[in-house]
Design a protein around this ligand. Structure first.
Ligand SMILES: [Cu+2]
Length: 310
């Protein structure tokens, strides 16, 4: 039975469950690594970002700046959703999304005060964040502590501090619904040179490299700032809500263009390793699926609505 993924801004029950699930995954410490189940996902994301794909496209990595951006993050979210279901003991729990495109339609000063930033949801801005369930760990009984981060070389290092955000500090507005619809309206999934060049394809535009960078997904990361900026960005639980909306755009595109194909295909050159249709997704865990396993997921989850972005 497929679960339904809902809008965190409008569903108070799913909001409370998501926060509870995050805190449970943060508390669940693996005695060998000293890291929590939640933190292991942060490590996985950093490792994927450090995994460059050979030999000439040095900027493309095993999860970003190329075609696999959407399927790889879909898999990360599916693993995360399964872990949340386990700790919540609720097989019907669907990972919520944050429809940042709807907040992006608001005047700039209202975007920072949208429901997702309320004290019973993600909380607010600051270094450390001072309101909400992930606020200042010294004053908060749940002690939401950032335990891993990346240094200036992009390498993983240990940390012990509160979560940081700098909302609307570097850029004043979120992407809009009109921009999201324009992305979903593009009929090509991706195209040569499969990177962050001038291509206006679904993947390149949704990731945020075109037409006015930073756009879409990238713009959401920059707008929130703080821990959402570096490779360790899954440290902020809002990371997954952002990516769930990104995934929703892909689902909308599949609805609009049911016959459009994922590209590149299985026979593309080895320089596109990790990004081809039959490549195994990069993972630090065993039994990772292939890109092709991420295309049809309607038996795993559905979105409550795609109408706003179609
Ligand atoms: Cu990512």
């Amino acid at each position: 039975m497929a679960v339904t993924r809902k809008d965190i801004a409008t569903d108070a029950a799913v909001r409370a469950k998501y926060v509870d699930g995050v805190l449970r995954l943060k508390r669940e410490i693996n005695p060998q690594s000293g890291l929590s189940t939640y933190d292991a996902l942060v490590v996985w994301h950093v490792r994927a970002m450090m995994k460059m794909t050979p030999p000439t496209q040095g900027s493309r990595n095993a999860a970003h700046r190329g075609p696999v951006f959407l399927p790889w993050h879909r898999y990360l979210l599916m693993v995360y959703e399964q872990q949340l279901q386990r700790v919540l003991q609720d097989d019907s729990f669907g990972l919520p999304y944050w429809a940042w495109n709807r907040d992006g339609d608001l005047p700039p000063d209202q975007q920072t005060r949208a429901p997702v930033w309320s004290a019973d949801c993600m909380g607010g801005s600051g270094d450390p964040v001072t309101t909400g369930p992930f606020a200042n760990p010294n004053a908060n009984p749940d002690k939401f502590i950032v335990r891993v981060e990346t240094n200036s070389m992009g390498q993983l290092v240990a940390a012990s501090r509160g979560l940081a955000r700098n909302i609307a500090g570097d850029i004043s507005t979120l992407p809009t619904t009109a921009q999201a619809r324009a992305a979903v309206n593009l009929d090509a999934y991706d195209e040569p040179h499969w990177g962050v060049d001038s291509s206006t394809t679904l993947r390149n535009v949704v990731e945020g490299w075109q037409p006015d960078p930073p756009g879409m997904h990238n713009r959401v990361h920059v707008w929130i700032g703080g821990d959402m900026a570096p490779a360790s960005s899954p440290n902020d639980p809002v990371f997954f809500l952002n990516h769930c909306n990104v995934d929703r755009l892909w689902a909308a595109w599949r609805r609009k263009y049911p016959n459009a194909r994922y590209l590149p295909g299985a026979n593309a050159p080895a320089s596109l390793k990790f990004h081809r249709l039959n490549d195994v997704l990069f993972s630090v865990f065993s039994n990772a699926p292939k890109v092709s396993d991420m295309i049809d997921i309607a038996d795993v989850y559905v979105y409550d609505t795609l109408a706003d972005v179609l």
